[in-house]
Design a protein around this ligand. Sequence first.
Ligand SMILES: [Zn+2]
Length: 102
Amino acid sequence: MEQFVQVLALIISLALAILVGKDASKRGMNPWGWGIGVFILWIIFLPLYFIVRSRKHNKLIKCPKCGISFESPVIITTKAIYDKYGENLMQCPKCNYSWIRK
Ligand SMILES: [Zn+2]
């Protein structure tokens, strides 16, 4: 029975680590660092992850044309454009205006 609980805890830690890793990589955060951190010591790293994540979440970008604020505005159309502008290429999801972030 005790072994079963340990295995279950391991599976839950692993599942949490994978979820956090996937979420971190979507947000441009270190997926391995957070994933492994959560796996080893989720009681510390999971709350920490949500704190750091919500800080990033609040970083809104404002469209210079229509003035709405939004998050994760980066669009990558082609590799050539990405190589040239990287993640500084912005596009407004509302009016489709695009610009280069200075
Ligand atoms: Zn706009």
